[in-house]
Design a protein around this ligand. Structure first.
Ligand code: NAI
Length: 347
């Protein structure tokens, strides 16, 4: 099995089957040149082991690029547990997962991802010290600081939107029209930051709670999920699912900047060139949404809120470096980000 799946690029891929607890899991360390591999643990009802392996290989590689661009002394890794979190997860299974993480002796540090909660990580932490994301982190007044990195992700995206607007329009956010797709944990908090800086907001979600709250509290205009990407606004902030930037959506896009939290925003890498040719500035997703991993890193380092905040604000400067180099070399921003990341970890 797996002989058709290429994993030579990865430093270490470990499989675990713990019959007693039913745990089936894979940990992938993609690259640890800059430090131990940091990345979330996802629990998902994969159709089969191939699908799980492909996912963990792809995600761990992405983490290497993200950590490098976030200037962390960390490599990229990821873990996946095969199973439905609502059906198969037990405390004993989480402890077994903790022992699996421990068996790599710190080569991989685990955190939250889809299907896993702070409470699950706390159980894993009974068996290993190589866990982060279980303690209070940077948060805003009134926020519960429970280890959830979404507030930091939102703040990082906000600094990234600000930098992108500055680069493209040469101005601040006052009066800029921003359309946010998805008002979940990150999108709603991003809306709050943008509102505070004077941006005019347009919001869409498939559920009403977030958008209604944004209308009431942030004076946002609610639009339908089908329309949000076609609006005549300055900035589009994808904060829902991946692949929202595809050939079809680009053909109707009027915004001049795309800068949001969602992972894997481009349906394919070559769309970066299409955006460049259309004069649309694209903030590479893993650069602008690195606030979550930066938060997890600072939780691990037990550092101060101030240190975390300063680090999050560097996302803006990193984007500026990407944009400047992309313009100088006439390249798409996503390609330039990849190259800069590789310069950092492929020594
Ligand atoms: P979330 O699940 O809390 O929010 C996503 C929101 O998008 C939900 O309110 C959902 O109803 C909405 N949505 C789904 N499909 C939609 C559609 N077609 N049109 C409009 N809205 C739609 O997730 P969260 O945590 O806010 O994350 C948002 C994105 O940012 C995801 O892509 C995630 O992978 C990415 N991200 C999140 C990080 C974090 O710290 N939470 C870190 C880095 C990336």
């Amino acid at each position: 099995v797996f002989d058709h799946i290429e994993f030579d690029e990865h430093e270490h891929v470990a499989f675990c089957h713990d019959k007693k607890t039913g745990l089936k899991a894979i940990i992938a360390v993609h690259n640890s040149y800059l430090g131990p591999a940091l990345g979330g643990c996802r629990m998902w009802p994969y159709a089969n082991s191939d699908e799980a392996l492909n996912d963990v290989l792809r995600l761990s590689k992405g983490m290497t690029y993200k950590a490098a661009m976030a200037n962390l002394n960390q490599g990229g890794g990821k873990a996946v547990i095969l199973g439905d979190p609502r059906v198969h997860k037990t405390a004993d299974m989480m402890r077994a997962m903790g022992r699996f993480v421990e068996s790599l002796s710190g080569q991989y540090i685990s955190a939250e991802d889809s299907g896993m909660s702070v409470a699950d990580l706390q159980i894993m932490a009974e068996e290993t010290t190589h866990i982060s994301g279980t303690r209070a982190s940077y948060h805003f007044a009134g926020e519960e600081a429970d280890g959830n990195p979404a507030p930091s992700t939102a703040y990082g995206v906000f600094t990234g939107v600000k930098a992108s607007v500055k680069y493209h329009f040469g101005s601040d956010l006052q009066g800029k029209k921003v359309a946010i797709q998805g008002l979940g944990h990150v999108g709603y908090r991003l809306a709050e930051h943008l509102h505070r800086e004077g941006a005019e907001l347009f919001v869409a979600d498939i559920y009403p709670e977030g958008v209604n709250r944004a209308k009431e509290k942030l004076n946002a205009t609610i639009v339908s999920p089908d329309e949000i990407l076609t609006l005549d606004v300055d900035v589009i902030a994808p904060c829902a699912m991946g692949a929202t930037v595809n050939r079809q959506s680009i053909s109707t896009l009027k915004a001049k900047v795309i800068a949001g939290a969602a992972n894997n925003q481009l349906a394919s890498e070559d769309l970066g060139e299409l955006l460049k040719d259309k004069g649309i500035l694209y903030a590479p997703d893993y650069v602008i949404n690195a606030g979550g991993i930066i938060d997890i890193y600072h939780q691990k380092m037990l550092s101060s809120n101030e240190a975390l905040k300063t680090h999050l604000e560097k996302i803006g400067a990193t984007l500026m470096e990407v944009y400047t180099r992309a313009d100088e070399q006439n390249l798409a921003t996503n390609r330039v980000a990849n190259t800069i990341a590789e310069e950092k970890f492929k020594k």
